[in-house]
Write a protein that binds this ligand. Structure first.
Ligand code: SF4
Length: 335
């Protein structure tokens, strides 16, 4: 039976917009606007959407790297103990910071250029009680070998490595504290395609070896297709479709997901579908459109779409739960 590791309820992250000589708050950027989501132990959940849709902010809100404005993020332990993270004092978050880690798109941001790799990576180990230097060197050396790098690399500096190697070091940094869930935030987006494939393969091997759960954030749906068990598609701070990975590609319900999928390059010309080109950019999250937030760009929009917000409803495709928010879905709603 599937067990949750994280439960998100009505999570919102609204950033104030200040203006004028008195820096008055004149509005809010609604980066994440009411997300409900369960992440199950051992799964790879993809979180996809164009840049500016709120997916990175949501990933950071889970780790409290940005503070949610509202809502709950609950961590469920292996023993089924539930802890609501957003209500904890910062210092009480420490045991959960061990369990929840992140790999950034740019590993430079997590490596100090004037420290060796060992110098950068030993700090969290020290903080969480690995007192002996020998022990810290052993943990980092073993993890470097686990990502197919030589243990002596720990005495080199970040600039001595290629982009792919630095990303492997970013993965080692995330693994040091034996996490249970890793947020991979565009973890392979900056890499060449051939290196992307190697790092993705490595992530999947580590997931198997260390019983990890991944929240895999990406703007590229061609990466998620073979990697993820389920995929959530976000638009303007909300989830618009959430389902089994295969169903997202074969039984797409939301016009926004359809457009993203149509943009994936396909080698087999027989499988090529006509590309749906979306007009314009994602609207400003300061002043989102009325009704369905996607209506100004949706090729299928009707009058109702301009006034009524579609709810995220549960349907079934291929016998599995499939959530989507669109007025035009012609399937029976499930309870
Ligand atoms: Fe398009 Fe209307 Fe569906 Fe929104 S509700 S995705 S505008 S058809």
């Amino acid at each position: 039976m599937k067990k949750e590791i994280l439960k998100l309820r009505n999570v919102k992250v609204h950033f104030p917009v200040q203006a004028g000589v008195f820096n008055r708050v004149v509005g809010h950027v609604m980066a994440v606007d009411g997300v409900d989501l369960d992440i199950y132990r051992g799964e790879v959940l993809g979180l996809a959407g164009e840049s500016g849709c709120g997916k990175t902010t949501l990933g950071k809100a889970i780790l409290r790297l940005v503070e949610p404005t509202d809502g709950e993020v609950t961590f469920v332990s292996k023993e089924d103990e539930e802890t609501e993270l957003t209500s904890l004092e910062k210092k009480d978050m420490d045991p959960f910071r061990k369990k929840l880690q992140i790999v950034f798109q740019d590993p430079h941001s997590s490596l100090n250029p004037s420290f060796t790799i060992f110098g950068s990576l030993q700090d969290p180990l020290k903080k969480f009680g690995v007192k002996s230097k020998e022990e810290r060197r052993k943990i980092i050396g073993d993890l470097l070998e686990a990502v197919n790098m030589r243990r002596e690399y720990m005495d080199r500096y970040p600039h001595e490595f290629s982009g792919g190697q630095r990303q492997r070091i970013g993965i080692v940094r995330a693994l040091c504290l034996e996490p249970e869930l890793i947020v991979c935030d565009e973890a392979v987006s900056a890499l060449d395609v051939s290196i992307q494939a190697q790092v993705l393969q490595l992530l999947m091997q580590l997931k198997k070896d260390k019983n990890l759960t991944y929240l895999f954030i990406t703007h590229d749906l061609s990466v998620t297709e073979y990697l993820c068990d389920r995929i959530a598609v976000m638009y303007l701070g909300r989830i618009v479709e959430l389902c089994d990975s295969e169903d997202l590609y074969n039984n797409t319900l939301h016009p926004y997901s359809e457009a993203l999928i149509s943009a994936i390059p396909v080698a087999d010309l027989d499988k090529k579908t006509e590309r749906i080109v979306l007009e314009g950019d994602v609207p400003s999250p300061v002043n989102p459109p009325t009704g369905c937030p996607f209506h100004p760009r949706c090729p299928k929009a009707k009058d109702i779409c301009k006034t009524e917000v579609p709810k995220l409803k549960k349907y079934s495709t291929s016998g599995k739960d499939h959530y989507a928010s669109c007025h035009l879905i012609d399937l029976p709603e499930r309870s």
